[in-house]
Ligand binder design. Structure first.
Ligand SMILES: Cc1ncc(COP(=O)(O)O)c(C=O)c1O
Length: 418
């Protein structure tokens, strides 16, 4: 099967004799070797997406600009290192993400600290590390930053604005609407920018309107909401660019998304602004797949087959949180579709459903299944429900597989006991 028909699998995926290869590595052999569940990542796809975004910004924006990796999407040292090597900056939303970004080699001045509930300790950590940009979300941030800065010091900041834009996406990942918990109302942001706080060097405004946005119009609306605010040298337009979760999804992609954002910025904000974008999902989602091993198969009267695998809501919370829909295949029979089956996890609740009624060939215990597009918010949201150790992350490139995060051990489940 040529690579183009494999979407939404990684670009560096192929099918040979019905078997899935990721970065030239046989998925079933890999599952046997490293165990399952396992996150398998095509490293070349990570690098290709980073280059796509950098090229798009260079092409469509006439002025300084920066592409940041929103690290929440895949907060893993190896992934962060790839993006640092590719020349991206980094968006962090907690002390933990900041710790990871610094350790992975991002220059502190290329890091932006976000968050609607930053603690004083997190702000102090950022200040002491020399983080380049602090994105203030609320009045308490202003006060806390004042308390952690040395006397007389001034700090370069952006102000997060709530543009009041309703983008079309799941309610849980909509963030730019008027009732959002994130950011200052535009009038309030303008007041802060004009107030001349001694400890704030307000360089610009930021918004992030939501995630998995297929329509680019809300970005234009959000930029328009910044027009009445004081003119600034820096504007960060956030992330949120959609990715295809199925072969039928038509996401705009990096080029069209960045073109629309840059055009809106030029028209509304003027030429020569420093433009920052913060893709998370769209840098990592399609690069990753998850491998599972079937543990049992049931046929209920009048219902679909129920295929139970060795992972579930501990390695992919998105179906439970956002009703996210995933494709599933048998990794050694990628072209076979079969009758509808529901793929459930091993966790002790009925909501633990990874894939609802999707075509799947006859499978039995021991077979390896694959779900694509798990590079974003899979590892990030992994948890230990039912005492399940978190899965490894395996990078594959040019036929070589390399474990970059090993599987958690049972001992680590009680490693914090006092
Ligand atoms: C401030 C900010 N920037 C960027 C992102 C990345 O969003 P996405 O992964 O949808 O690109 C998020 C996601 O929550 C965010 O909160």
């Amino acid at each position: 099967m040529p690579a183009t028909t494999l979407a939404p699998y990684p670009e560096a995926a192929a099918v040979e004799d019905g078997r899935l290869l990721i970065g030239g590595c046989d998925a079933v052999a890999l599952a046997r070797e490293v165990g399952t569940p396992a996150y398998v990542v095509a490293e070349d796809d990570l690098r290709a997406r980073a280059r796509d975004f950098l090229a798009a910004l260079r092409t469509h924006h006439d002025g300084p600009g920066e592409v940041l990796f929103a690290s929440k999407a895949f907060p893993c040292t190896a992934v962060l290192r790839v993006f640092a090597e590719e020349g991206l900056g980094c968006d962090v939303a907690s002390g933990g993400e900041l710790h990871l970004a610094l350790r992975a080699g991002f220059a502190p001045e290329r890091i932006y600290l976000h968050g609607n509930a930053k603690s004083e300790a997190e702000l102090r950590m950022a200040v002491e590390a020399g983080v380049g940009w602090i994105v203030l979300d609320n009045a308490d941030d202003i006060a806390k930053l004042g308390r952690v800065l040395p006397a007389g010091a001034r700090r370069r900041v952006l102000l997060r604005v709530t543009p009041g834009v309703e983008a079309e996406t799941h309610a849980a990942i909509l963030t730019g609407h008027a009732a959002s918990k994130f950011g200052f109302e535009p009038e309030r942001a303008a007041e802060v920018a004009r107030a001349g706080w001694d400890h704030l060097d307000v360089q610009g405004f930021h918004f992030h309107i939501g995630s998995q946005l297929f329509d680019l119009e809300p970005y234009r609306e959000a930029v328009a909401a910044l027009a009445p605010l004081p003119d600034m040298p820096v504007y960060s337009l956030g992330g949120g660019m959609a990715v295809p979760y199925s072969a039928d999804d038509r996401a705009p992609g990096p080029e069209a998304s960045v073109a629309a954002m840059a055009e809106a910025a030029r028209e509304v904000l003027g030429d020569g602004k420093r433009l920052v974008i913060e893709p998370g999902r769209s840098l990592v989602a399609n690069a990753g797949v998850t491998l599972y091993t079937v543990q049992s198969v049931k046929q209920r009267a009048g219902g679909p087959r129920i295929v139970a695998v060795d992972g579930g809501m501990s390695d992919n919370l998105r179906p439970m949180l956002y009703d996210a829909v995933y494709d599933v295949r048998a990794a050694d029979r990628m072209e076979e579709r079969g009758e509808p089956a529901t793929v459930v996890g091993k966790h002790c609740e009925s909501g633990d459903v990874l894939v609802r009624e999707a075509p799947l060939p006859e499978v039995e215990a021991g077979d390896v299944l694959v779900t694509p597009v798990t590079g974003a918010y899979g590892h990030a949201m992994a948890n230990n429900y039912n005492g399940v150790p978190r899965p490894p992350v395996v990078f594959c490139s040019a036929g070589v597989a390399r474990v970059v995060v090993r599987r958690e051990t049972y001992e680590e489940l009680h490693a914090r006991d006092v």
